[in-house]
Design a protein around this ligand. Structure first.
Ligand SMILES: Cc1ncc(COP(=O)(O)O)c(C=O)c1O
Length: 470
């Protein structure tokens, strides 16, 4: 064998050794990575895969498949379609389907969470907080309470320093807890609960349903205002509990308490006091303020609300009510709320939930307003542009609801009937203690619902002149 041949063989062997070494190193690294992955995800891997599998089911952008879908075929979840869509993948638009502008389901925020799918997902272990209590002491997550305080400080919409926080199964539960706490027990006359018309109907329905000997509902706020304001300070023992919704549902007005009397107390329902819906002009500092995850993050189904309470006795009585009523709030809901708050607070890049929420609501209001302003038959509530301390600029209105008024006095007193005939389902004014010449149209629902509403309103207004001549 010549010298040259030997050198060639050695070179080839050397090359083979280097290649095999490199391959082995790569295989080890690859295996390490896989082993590392496996170590990281053991019991949670199945759940994560399952969640992603269901989320990947296509519903054509007009519906959603859930792990607990109400529709299941061959044990597989099937799409739940938005109103006016049908088909196995919600691909079919139902042409004569009425626009759903009814309830206040805040699904306008769903696209934000889908955009933030990775950061917003949580996985709940089978043994997560099975106890009634957190650390054998409280019904409330201390971490969530701290995040709520931080959220209010960042947004600047409420003073929480030196105040108590209490959670409820939605702010709905806290309305009654607060009424109970403010009503003096064993008084000779029951407390009177009055809202300002137009008011969110749950106050009346709930107060009448749970009515105790200690309180009752009265609709006529102005009557009670005159009565109370004319009493001298010492000739009545009746406690008056005014529910002040600000911004208001249905008309978006920034209401203030109106009753002036030592026995008058106010519960401020502030669930819409977030930048999506209104300018934040100052931190609210009322004695009792109610907030809700529903209107902050859009997670109405998680049923989590909170009250910010100044007075210790009121807080203790509300806490007592909560312990007797439901023994606190679901720990899964508290965990989810905590996680969603963290996502909102810690988001450093991209669009925040408030940018997204405001942009969406503003856009919807502008579009509806532009069309209605062409009409002589309908009008919308007047809302002003205002300086917003959160966005540091003057911003236009972006209410959660349109409070539509039918202007033709006699012939169109029942505005709801006019809209129903035009294939639009809203809520009649009398539901809110007001006249039926008003209808509330929800603007917080899905984009599909809003698009349908807008196109039906356009048709209605384009036919306005011919309708008058009929
Ligand atoms: C004014 C007002 N308060 C309270 C609620 C109920 O909130 P939650 O979902 O927290 O019970 C709503 C819901 O639409 C509302 O409009």
């Amino acid at each position: 064998m010549g010298k040259a041949t030997r050198s060639l063989i050695i070179l080839i062997l050397l090359l083979i050794s280097v290649c095999s070494l490199t391959l082995n190193v790569l295989l080890i690294i690859f295996k390490r990575v896989r082993v590392f992955d496996d170590d990281e995800l053991s019991w949670s891997r199945r759940a994560a895969k399952e969640a992603e599998r269901v989320a990947a089911i296509s519903c054509s952008g007009h519906g959603r498949a859930y792990m607990d879908s109400s529709l299941v075929v061959d044990e597989q979840p099937v799409c739940e379609c938005n109103s006016c869509y049908a088909g196995s993948h919600c691909q079919k638009l139902l042409p004569s389907c009425p626009a759903n502008a009814d309830g206040g389901d805040p699904l306008f925020l769903e696209p934000f969470w889908m955009e933030n799918a990775g950061s917003s997902a949580i996985l709940v272990a089978g043994w997560h907080r099975m106890s009634y209590t957190f650390n054998q002491s409280s019904f409330m997550s201390k971490q969530l309470e701290a995040r709520i305080r931080q959220m209010h400080a960042i947004v600047g919409n409420a003073v929480t320093e030196g105040k108590y926080i209490i959670f409820g199964t939605g702010s709905s539960q806290l309305v009654n807890a607060a009424i109970h706490a403010l009503s003096p027990h064993n008084s000779s006359s029951p407390s009177i609960v009055v809202p300002l018309i137009p008011y969110y109907p749950l106050y009346k329905l709930q107060t009448e349903y749970f009515q105790e000997v200690d309180y009752k509902f009265e609709e006529d706020e102005s009557l009670w205002m005159n009565k109370m304001n004319s009493y001298s300070n010492d000739n009545t023992t009746t406690t008056l509990i005014e529910i002040v919704t600000s911004p208001n549902n249905p008309d978006g007005q920034l209401n203030r308490a109106r009753l002036q009397h030592p026995n008058a107390k106010a519960i401020y329902d502030r669930v819409y006091y977030w930048p999506h819906f209104t300018a934040i002009s100052a931190p609210a500092d009322d004695d009792i303020m109610l907030f809700s995850l529903s209107k902050l993050t859009g997670h109405a189904g998680s049923r989590l609300g909170w009250a910010v309470v100044k007075d210790e006795t009121v807080f203790t009585r509300m806490s007592g009510y909560m312990s007797l009523n439901t023994m606190g709030v679901s720990h899964e809901s508290q965990l989810r709320a905590l996680h969603l708050m963290k996502v909102i607070i810690e988001r450093k890049e991209g669009e925040t939930i408030f940018d997204f929420g405001y942009k969406t609501m503003r856009n919807r209001w502008e579009k509806l307003n532009d069309i209605i302003s062409l009409s002589k038959r309908f009008s919308l509530q007047k809302l002003e542009s205002q300086y917003c301390n959160f966005f540091n600029k003057i911003r236009g209105p972006s209410p959660a609801y349109a409070w539509l008024k039918c202007l033709r006095k006699e012939e169109e007193k029942d505005c709801s009937a006019v809209l129903t005939a035009a294939n639009i389902n809203g809520r009649r004014g009398s539901t809110y203690g007001d006249e039926d010449k008003y209808v509330r149209l929800s603007l917080v629902r899905t984009q599909d619902d809003f698009d349908n509403l807008l196109s039906r309103v356009k048709i209605l207004i384009s036919e306005e002149d011919s309708a008058k001549s009929i």
